[in-house]
Design a protein around this ligand. Structure first.
Ligand SMILES: N=CN[C@@H](CCC(=O)O)C(=O)O
Ligand SMILES: [Zn+2]
Length: 426
């Protein structure tokens, strides 16, 4: 008999069950709510989800003692999934907030050698253990905000050795922390200072040395590129992503964040990328292309807010049939937050997504954005036992109480890792 966790009598159990594949259109509003619902997890896997009465019947047939988690008065959702982070880094950049408040543009800070290049300096300087130490604290904070899986990109090393170091840190954290970390190689995050006058030379390095090394050590599942005016153009992005695809990486793209009509969404769709991310300035054609290719749009309303920019056109994307996911974009420059609950509020308030849509976008659709839709993102038999218990009467309160953390309990693979809003030791 296995280890059983019995999450008992939630006022609302948000199952997100029933459909294979990421949700689109009206499907994003179907939450699969069970009032007075319970979940049974055995050896980390969900073995029952349904009404309290049926849960009692189910458990009466089992011999094992169950650890009971009282969910009365709580909303229970799948563990939140953050499908776009740059969470493995050293240092911080609060000085840039003040620069931007004075009117300096984010991209101009990068062009002056700050921004991503600033974090690249501190990340290169940090020993691997120090990188793990600083990032681990960030992962603890993610967990306290109900996040049980994150994607994490490299891209603050920008040399072969430092990119590998960052990805090894991600792997170490995946092993030592309850949060699952899905690694993405993003050597093409910025052109480092030593290649300032030879950007093509840096693209050669990414293609000929970094990608093969990352593949050889099995350090990343995805490859991503910052496809943007003044960073990597569409031809360079295509070259890198095609090489990555040839080595077996799945693809992501930072697309259409800053420049209007740069063609990032179109490129992501054409290359069959799993996700296209940011999309603040995506063209109408680009949005149609994403709908056709089934590429998940990972939207980052916190970043738009923090950069004081107009957010992505989530409503048009949902109407066009694009599967939409949400993310913090946790990074030290454009979005220094780990709070998915805040992102849910921001998505409602700045992009007019509904409370039901933002829950779908931060669970099942976010799981599909990182290729984990069959394993996490919903409360269904056979899926991983990752759950969050919120101190709320109903799911609409989650984005409503903005800027508040209502997370009470977090369960990862059947184990209680946050209780009463506090990390559980061990
Ligand atoms: N835009 C590119 N990359 C990150 C920001 C990284 C940074 O500023 O350190 C983003 O997704 O927002
Ligand atoms: Zn990003």
């Amino acid at each position: 008999m296995g280890q059983i966790t019995y999450v008992k009598s939630a006022s609302q159990l948000i199952c997100m069950d029933g459909e294979g594949g990421p949700r689109t259109g009206r499907g994003m509003s179907r939450l699969g709510i069970i009032a007075s619902g319970s979940v049974v997890i055995e050896d980390g896997i969900i073995v029952f989800a349904g009404s309290d009465a049926l849960a009692e019947q189910y458990l009466s047939r089992r011999q094992s003692e169950a650890e009971i988690v009282d969910a009365r008065g709580k909303v229970v959702t799948p563990g939140l999934v953050d499908p776009h982070t740059h969470a493995i880094f050293a240092g911080s950049r609060e000085n840039e907030l003040e620069l931007r408040l004075q009117g300096v543009k984010y991209i101009d800070i990068l062009k002056r050698g700050g921004g991503i290049l600033n974090t690249a300096r501190s990340t290169r300087e940090a020993a691997e253990e120090e990188l793990v130490r600083q990032s681990r604290l960030r992962l603890d904070r993610f967990l306290l905000h109900g996040v049980t899986t994150i994607e994490a990109k490299s891209g603050y090393g920008l040399t072969v050795q430092d990119e590998l170091k960052q990805l090894r840190a991600a792997r170490a954290l995946n092993e030592l922390h309850p949060i699952d970390v899905v690694p993405t190689f993003m050597g093409a995050h910025a052109v480092p200072e030593e290649y300032r006058n030879n950007p093509e030379g840096y693209v050669d390095l990414v293609v000929n040395e970094m990608l093969p090394a990352v593949a050889e050590y099995g350090l990343a599942e995805y490859c991503d590129v910052f496809c943007e005016q003044g960073v990597f153009n569409t031809a360079q992005s295509r070259r890198i992503l095609e090489a990555a695809g040839g080595l077996g990486f799945k693809l992501k793209l930072h697309a259409d964040e800053i420049a209007e009509g740069f063609g990032g969404a179109e490129l992501a769709a054409e290359l069959g990328a799993v996700s296209a991310e940011h999309l603040l300035k995506a063209s109408a054609e680009g949005v149609q292309a994403l709908a056709k290719s089934g590429t998940v749009a990972v939207l980052l309303p916190g970043t738009a807010l923090f950069l004081m920019e107009r957010p992505a056109a989530a409503r048009s994307m949902i109407e066009a049939g694009v599967p939409v996911a949400l993310s913090t974009d946790c990074n030290p420059g454009s979005s220094p937050t780990v709070s998915m609950p805040f992102i849910l509020s921001a998505a409602c308030l700045t992009m007019r997504m509904t409370p039901a849509e933002v829950l779908t976008a931060s669970t099942i659709n976010a799981a599909y954005a990182i290729g984990r839709g069959e394993k996490i993102g919903s409360i269904e038999i056979g899926k991983q036992g990752d759950l969050v218990l919120f101190d709320a009467d109903n799911y609409r309160q989650l984005p409503y109480y903005y800027g508040m953390n209502l997370v009470h309990t977090v369960i990862k693979k059947g184990r209680v890792v946050v209780k009463g809003g506090v990390l559980v030791d061990g």
